[in-house]
Design a protein around this ligand. Structure first.
Ligand code: ACO
Ligand code: ZN
Length: 414
């Protein structure tokens, strides 16, 4: 702008000279002016190009900043936590993206405080984990904290934590209570996914297809492995159905235990894995789950057996269940001859398991090429007396089951 003004003043000077000299000097002046004009235009063009370059650079800078902010906002939680952690450690804010103008200052301050708190907690946990170096010790799920029994193949970054926080409804796992709490506020589940096929009182059982609810079933297997030593099903959940027992209250359906079952078992296993979570153990829920598994098998027109090997607790529970069912059958039996095949069909318990239970009770005798079942009065009396003493026995009521066997599994194979 100032340059143009100079140009104009030069022009007027020249005109003045022209007026004063008034001869061939006018032509020279004209040429000089044209030269100056051309020169001036070139300078104007250079200046304009400089401004354009500056604008372009500014635009690129703004674009880069916008991209950085977007990347930061879209980066996965783990990276954010790491960032938060490292920032808390280094106290350096030079690389920290500027969020101040993106959100109200109140939200920004709240976010910073939560970030610092989470980083501190995580740091403490990691320190604990490094001191102990032997992985998950406890889980917190619903209102219970449980000490775990075995290891489970959770992702590596969770394995070094001493405690895992698990959503009791969707079974998603978290490294901090704070994160779990935040999840619980928006978790869409209040019961296991799948169909509620049984309800009596506050006890419900849900049937879940491993193929349709992979995420839930994988998480279930991971948490179950913390209490099961020898089972190795974690990711291959599609060929299984899962039966989840829950206890209902105003907050939702709280998981008690479960069993999984192959959709098509070549060896007629009717239970693959069974678990009662520790806070509910030794209260009769395991027996209920076992009874439920045999009820389904009965309705399928089959006989079944749990997948081997059984754990110590599994063996105790199954032996107790088989014994009680067989003794109950014998207490009500009127005829003189008992067929193990009939007993097996009536109860859906595999004949081998019946024979082994009778042998353990000393009620089976091989005589003159025949197996005889000895109805030992003292054992039956003892059973009746025990039954009388036991109050509030938890049982499965078949009339509360709303379930049809799927056609692929209902072909009789007795
Ligand atoms: N010590 C002694 N007896 C026990 C114990 C124990 N710790 N736990 C259960 N029992 C007995 C009970 O006294 C009861 O016998 P009774 O009816 O003669 O009195 C019987 O076992 C069943 O008890 P419940 O209370 O009905 O069973 P619970 O709810 O405790 O569940 C289960 C049993 C599922 C085995 C549970 O202990 C568990 O989850 N354990 C860890 C996982 C496991 O080992 N699962 C089995 C693996 S094998 C498989 O999956 C096929
Ligand atoms: Zn959840």
């Amino acid at each position: 702008m100032s340059f143009r003004r100079n140009l104009r003043s030069n022009r007027s000077n020249c005109a003045q000279n022209e007026n004063s000299e008034n001869t061939g000097g006018g032509e020279r002046c004209e040429r000089r002016l044209r030269r100056r004009d051309a020169n001036g235009q070139a300078i104007v063009k250079i200046a304009a190009r400089k401004t354009a370059l500056k604008d372009e650079r500014h635009r690129q800078l703004m674009e880069q900043r916008r991209k950085e902010v977007c990347t930061m906002l879209n980066s996965p939680p783990k990276r954010k936590e790491n960032n938060a952690n490292s920032k808390a450690n280094s106290n350096s804010s030079s690389k920290e993206p500027n969020l101040r103008n993106l959100t109200p200052i109140f939200d920004y301050e709240m976010f910073k405080q939560a970030q610092a708190k989470a980083a501190k907690l995580l740091q403490e946990q990691m320190k604990d984990a490094n001191n102990k170096k032997d992985g998950i010790k406890h889980i917190e799920m619903g209102k219970y904290e449980m000490e775990v029994w075995y290891s489970s193949p959770y992702p590596e970054e969770y394995l070094c934590l001493p405690k895992l926080y698990i959503c009791e409804f969707c079974l998603k796992y978290f490294n901090l209570r704070l994160v779990l709490k935040r999840h619980m506020m928006k978790c869409p589940y209040h019961c296991p996914p799948g169909d509620e096929i049984y309800r009596k009182g506050n006890i419900s059982i849900f049937e879940i297809d491993g193929e349709k609810n992979k995420f839930y079933c994988r998480n279930l297997c991971l948490v179950a492995k913390l209490f099961l030593d020898h089972k190795t099903l974690y990711y291959d959940v599609e060929p299984f159905k899962f039966y989840i027992m829950t206890e209902f209250d105003s907050e939702g359906f709280h998981i008690i235990g479960y069993f999984s079952k192959e959709k098509n078992s070549f060896l007629n296993y009717n239970v693959s894995c069974i678990l009662t979570f520790p806070p509910y153990q030794k209260q009769g829920y395991g027996r209920m789950l076992i009874d439920f598994s045999y009820l389904l098998t009965k309705l399928e027109g089959k006989v079944g057996s749990p997948e081997k090997p059984l754990s110590d607790l599994g063996l105790i529970s199954y032996r107790s269940y088989w014994k009680n069912v067989i003794l109950e059958y014998l207490c009500n039996y009127k005829d003189s001859e008992i067929s193990i095949k009939d007993l097996s069909q009536e109860t859906a318990i595999n004949a081998y398991d019946i024979v082994s239970t009778l042998q353990a009770l000393g009620m089976l005798k091989y005589w003159k090429g025949k197996h005889l079942v000895l109805t030992r009065k003292e054992i039956l009396d003892e059973y009746r007396a025990k039954l009388k003493k036991k109050k509030n026995i938890k049982t499965i009521d078949q009339s509360c089951l709303h379930w049809q066997p799927s056609t692929s599994s209902s072909n009789s194979n007795r």
